[in-house]
Design a binder for this molecule. Sequence first.
Ligand code: HEM
Length: 136
Amino acid sequence: MVSAQDKSLVRKTFESERMDLDAFATAFYAKFFAACPEVRPLFSRDMTRQEEKLLAILTHVAEALDDSARLDAILRQQGEKHRKRDVSDAHFMGFITSFTGALSDTLGPDWSTEAELAWTRFLTFVAGKMNFAVQR
Ligand code: HEM
């Protein structure tokens, strides 16, 4: 379950005037590959398509925040796409800190500790629904 307050903070991130999704996606993967260099070879050299896919799924997820059946279906399908990827706790932690770090860089003064905590809880929920074997 995602609390109403966390949903609202997640939504606010997308609605910020400072939000620049393309810059965010590029910054996110740069941080993720710096934190977890061993995953770099699993991705294409040209990250354009991957960045587009990440932004597309984030948009779907944001649109489905108030429809838990739809959100579950989206995340189950994403989980299926990661089933054969060996996603460890460390990778997932690297994913979260890179994600919130890239949001912080992108949003500057529009980012806050509350937003970071809400996104961390939200991404942990997402990981659970994607069936990653992460500690919750
Ligand atoms: C909340 C967490 C995550 C989300 C929302 C997410 C999202 C995505 C999306 C949208 C794709 C594209 C799938 C497609 O082809 O349609 C993808 C692919 C992929 N993801 Fe994730 N991901 C997450 C976590 C991770 C983590 C922690 C790893 C760590 C290894 C990872 C590794 C990969 C790999 C290797 C691919 C395939 C890349 C390729 O085929 O070029 N993902 N992910």
